[in-house]
Write a protein that binds this ligand. Structure first.
Ligand code: HEM
Length: 550
């Protein structure tokens, strides 16, 4: 055993610490030992420097006299860079209103890890897959802990267990045990007929719009469609969104969408604003109370079976998630307590329709904005013997490989979610030498990871065929994460993907879509998700279909 002193390259030598190094230590073990003293997240990047020269072998390090500097990925440690802010408002005007474009600009200027401060709230963003993987991994370094300044803080809700709650809680563990089976691959397969009925019920509205020769704004109709499906399959509720062309949105949908808008507004103002007894924070409180009342009624009224069933069996037999949570029983005979059912269901409903309606809107956008897509998707249906009477089963959608690539490319280029955030648990040194303090909010910026030119060839080009290239098949871990990754990733992704794989073929087979507005498509920077706000299309009922390919 010998005692050596180490300090972080870039810090003052007076910060050097003594570390006892066993005589038989190996090179990797030495890196790990030093990493553990300085909370260096990835020991593989640790290097040693003495008198400005790298100590390349283990023997060099063990024999070096005096304090040894520790480099990270060959660099000195450094503060996370970012733009200088104005007094009080910080970088608000550097980020808003076009936060997608502005963050892209900031990544180009400052590199893959940046720091901004808006109205007193400091946030870190990364467009680097390796850093994102670390941030999402629920470890000794990071967790989902929704502290003030976290984008979800104004709507934090411990009782919801999932999405709006911290990881380290009994509620998360319990809900995370009971909810996911109802959204697993086997469970969502038996939802396919209900999904198909949902889209077929919507035909009469799109047909009438065609008869009237009217163009329609995509997002509001996709919101109706996405929420109609989630209403039925999560809450057992018929929202009646396609009873007529101008059927209003159900109050449940309005209130959840309103909560998200208010939340984005509150977070963009900084955490001090959230506790104000008027304005957006007061409206948010009123919206929550209304949602709870409606949910109680839905639980009363949802169609339900009677017998208790083991989790997996309940998942494949239940008519909807209300039915499922009331009957699902774990191996020890425990059920999700009745008082713990309401909040997770509200969250699953909100998480389910806001996201799928945005994705559906971008899928429609691709049909009218990218030449040839609609024709290729239709041809694939014809070549797989799809016609208007075909039941779109998971077995069939597995064969629709171009549809799969088209959805993936849409989720890459136009991903609706952009700000899943995690919180640092300790002061640490990240790969690249970035110093990150405890309680920092870090956002793996999904849109910017998916459009990072260091990872994706010509990322601005919409190209579904890239998904069959070796480069994309062998892409770095976490470079495509539309549903986030790690233990707190989306639990509804099977549901979402199956839904769009049922809806899209049905729509494309029946209608020919064309763009009905010339304006550049905008997104609403004050909404929690990225969705096109001004995309108008016309859907004409097809009267002719192409022949099968030779
Ligand atoms: C295109 C559709 C969807 C996208 C892009 C999406 C995306 C995401 C993302 C990025 C997260 C992580 C959020 C965070 O870390 O803060 C998440 C979590 C979640 N999603 Fe989804 N989602 C989709 C559809 C759905 C559906 C259909 C449901 C349910 C029916 C659902 C339920 C949830 C839940 C409950 C969580 C929280 C999981 C937890 O806290 O452990 N999602 N989703």
């Amino acid at each position: 055993m010998s005692t050596k002193t180490f300090y972080l390259l870039g810090e003052d030598v007076s910060t050097a610490r003594e570390i006892d190094v066993p005589a038989t230590i190996g090179e990797d073990e030495l890196r790990q030992l030093v990493a553990s003293y300085f909370a260096i997240v990835d020991s593989k990047g640790v290097g040693f420097v003495r008198d400005d020269a790298a100590l390349v072998s283990l023997a060099d390090v063990l024999e070096a006299e005096g304090p040894i500097a520790v480099s990270i990925d060959g660099k000195a440690v450094r503060e996370v860079p970012g733009p200088k802010g104005l007094p009080y408002i910080g970088n608000y005007f550097e980020v808003y209103p076009d936060h997608l474009g502005n963050h892209q600009r900031l990544f180009e200027r400052y590199g893959p890890f940046i720091k901004t401060c808006n109205m007193g709230s400091t946030i870190y963003h990364t467009n680097d897959p390796a850093l994102s993987q670390i941030v999402f991994s629920e470890s000794e370094f990071f967790t989902k802990n929704i502290i003030p300044g976290h984008p979800l803080h104004p709507i934090k809700n411990k009782e919801s267990g999932v999405f709006l709650g911290d990881t380290d809680t009994e509620e998360w563990r319990l809900t995370h045990k009971f909810l996911p089976p109802a959204l697993g691959p086997k469970a969502v397969r038996h939802y396919a007929p209900t999904m198909q009925k949902t889209i077929e019920d919507a035909y009469k509205v799109f047909d009438e719009l065609d008869d009237r020769d009217e163009a329609w704004n995509v997002y509001p109709y996709m919101l109706k469609l996405g929420s109609q499906a989630v209403g039925k399959l999560v809450l057992g509720m018929d929202f009646g969104h396609f009873n007529a062309v101008d059927a209003p949105l159900h109050a449940m949908v309005m209130r959840i969408a309103q909560s998200l808008e208010l939340n984005k507004k509150i977070t963009s103002m900084g955490s001090w604003y959230a506790s104000m007894p008027f304005g957006a924070p007061a409206q948010l409180k009123a919206a929550r109370t209304h949602i709870e009342a409606m949910l109680n009624q839905a639980i009363e009224e949802a169609s339900k079976g009677v017998e208790d069933l083991e989790l997996q069996e309940a998942a494949v037999k239940a008519e909807n998630m209300v039915d499922y949570v009331l009957r699902a029983t774990d191996s020890k005979g425990n059920k999700l307590p009745i008082e713990k059912i309401r909040e997770p269901l509200v969250v699953a409903t909100g998480a389910g329709f806001t996201t799928t309606s945005s994705l559906l809107s971008w899928l429609m956008y691709g049909l009218v904005a990218y030449p040839g897509m609609q024709e290729r998707l239709l041809q694939e249906l014809i070549d797989n013997d799809v016609d208007e009477n075909t039941a779109i089963t998971p077995e069939l959608t597995q064969k629709l490989t171009f549809l799969d690539s088209y959805i993936k490319e849409t989720q890459r280029k136009h991903n609706p979610s952009y700000q899943p955030a995690r919180t640092s648990k300790v002061d640490m040194i990240l790969p690249g030498g970035y110093k990150l303090p405890k309680d920092s909010i870090v956002i793996p910026a999904i849109h910017h990871i998916h459009n990072n030119p260091a990872i994706w060839d010509n990322p601005a080009h919409f190209d579904p065929d890239r998904w069959s290239t070796e480069a994309v098949k062998n892409r770095p871990t976490a470079s495509y994460i539309p549903f986030a990754t790690g233990p707190r990733m989306c639990i509804g992704f099977n549901f979402a993907l199956q839904e769009v794989k049922v809806f899209l073929p049905k729509l494309i087979y029946r209608y020919r879509f064309s763009k009905a507005s010339e304006a550049t498509v905008d997104y609403d920077p004050m909404f929690q998700l990225i969705r096109p706000t001004n995309l108008y299309v016309r859907a004409e009922k097809r009267v002719k279909w192409p022949p099968r390919s030779e």
